[in-house]
Design a binder for this molecule. Sequence first.
Ligand code: NAP
Length: 241
Amino acid sequence: MFSKCIVIGASSGIGEQLVLQLAHPSRTVAAIARRKERLDQVADQARGPVLTYAHDVTDYDAAPELFEGIVEELGGVDLVIYCAGVMPSVDEGEYNWAKDRAMLEVNLLGAVRWLDLAAGQMEAQRSGTIVGISSVAGDRGRRGAPVYTASKAGFTAYLEALRNRCTRYGVDIVTVKPGPVRTSMTEGMKLPFMIDADQAAAGVLKLAEGGTGTGYVPKIWSPIMGIIQHVPSFIFRKTNV
Ligand SMILES: NC(=O)c1ccc[n+]([C@@H]2O[C@H](COP(=O)([O-])OP(=O)(O)OC[C@H]3O[C@@H](n4cnc5c(N)ncnc54)[C@H](OP(=O)(O)O)[C@@H]3O)[C@@H](O)[C@H]2O)c1
């Protein structure tokens, strides 16, 4: 279905698996992240053409030229997935500006920078699919991760607004909220219903093919978060998450 794809945050974890699962002789994938050598290793394993680009998403001014250059090299674009993210460990009682800023800059501002560019392009061409990898974490403000949850809640709200803007122009906006996934981000953590990165990527691509909307990966998180979202605040604040 897709033939010209861009994955931002493609050097490890879910993004790496997205590139590998998208890769096909009839499709070109542009893979973006800071670690170029890791991107090139992913490209070497892929079953189809993968172009690699070293880029830090916090270099906001560099994004437009890079986006335009990639679209030119691909000969267009029909899928953009924003998967870049950071979640440094934050101790109870820790208020760390450097960590908090990094999460907002990569998870939210970088996403807005790249997906605004994608939305402008796709709105003009009247077609395309934009996928944002948000998180179940954005569904409630958690005491264990105030700014990570805020960055994902902001990303989810941004994607909803983008959907309300762009769907009328034939552009699909897909919000994906994965539960815990085994990647370097969750190394050493034991979390419920944890899945592997290849399973998460397969779930993301299924949702992308399904068109505009929001989905949980795996699906079990939909009823769970439906309940958690309705837990009264005075009870939720007593939990350990
Ligand atoms: N793992 C989970 O349990 C889980 C659950 C829900 C949602 N998510 C979300 O899924 C996404 C992927 O995470 P993951 O679990 O696959 O973690 P990961 O393996 O650590 O992958 C993170 C990706 O983001 C890229 N990235 C980070 N900072 C960047 C920057 N400044 N500029 C460009 N790229 C940057 C990394 O590439 P470089 O370091 O090479 O730049 C890497 O490719 C994230 O948005 C995360 O919040 C993860």
